[in-house]
Design a protein around this ligand. Structure first.
Ligand SMILES: [Zn+2]
Length: 234
């Protein structure tokens, strides 16, 4: 990565030798990925791991590692950033914790209702809106196809294509929202914070050492859904 460009974009403080604005890092990584690796790499949709030799300011509250793109997403189209402090001895459970998020696990304890309900509302509201406009978009597409000459004129062809894209975008939004809602539904078991030795718990004493059986099943289901099998990339 190009530190000079990072400085120019305001992501790196030379004074503190740290990364800034960590919450924007996910989109920055995506931009970098597209620019530096070209379309072939941009089309890669698996889990992309970034290991930085720098730290972030302010230090992420989760112990030095954040899933920069979002809290929890399936393996598809996800990035995961680790910083220098994450690589320190004794931080292995943090790496496992963040990987768990990236592969579809939420925390082992309940988040404040305000947070979790807010996240779910953010998904349901837009999904409901899309569901309202989608039938109209499909009808408009069918009408344009029916009204077009055989073969369609260039203008008609362009119109049909634009309407097809609109339908595809709406359908993709619904699939994405359903996928994220499924993450909440798939993680139903919650315990008091810092009361377990689970990797997805928070623990100041570094006792975290295991995933529960149902969590393993979720991790494997996420990998299988994307790669075809647990062990082999397709
Ligand atoms: Zn977490």
């Amino acid at each position: 990565m190009d530190l000079d460009q990072w400085k120019k974009d305001g992501y790196y403080s030379a004074t503190n030798k740290t990364l800034l604005q960590s919450e924007k890092l996910g989109s920055y990584c995506t931009k970098w990925m597209v620019a530096a690796q070209g379309p072939a790499f941009a089309a890669f949709r698996g889990l992309t791991l970034y290991v930085f030799e720098l730290d972030v300011t302010p230090d992420p509250s989760t112990g030095g590692a954040i899933n920069a793109s979002s809290t929890t997403q399936p393996v598809e189209a996800n990035t995961l950033c680790f910083y220098q402090s994450t690589l320190a001895e004794g931080k292995a459970s943090t790496v496992a914790h963040e990987l768990g998020h990236a592969l579809g696990l939420t925390h082992a304890f309940p988040m404040p209702a305000k947070y979790e309900d807010g996240e779910i509302q953010k998904l349901i509201g837009p999904k409901d809106n899309v569901n309202i406009v989608l039938p109209g978009q499909k009808a408009a597409l069918a009408k344009a196809i029916a009204a077009a000459a055989t073969p369609p004129t260039p203008v008609q062809q362009a119109d049909i294509q634009a309407k097809q894209v609109a339908v595809q975008v709406s359908e993709a939004q619904i699939i994405k929202a359903d996928g994220e809602l499924a993450i909440f539904a798939n993680n139903p078991f919650k315990f008091t914070k810092q009361s377990t030795t689970n990797i997805m718990d928070y623990d100041a004493g570094d006792r975290r050492c295991l995933y529960w059986h149902w969590q393993w099943a979720l991790l494997q289901a996420d990998i299988t859904a994307y790669y075809g099998t647990i062990t082999a990339a397709r």
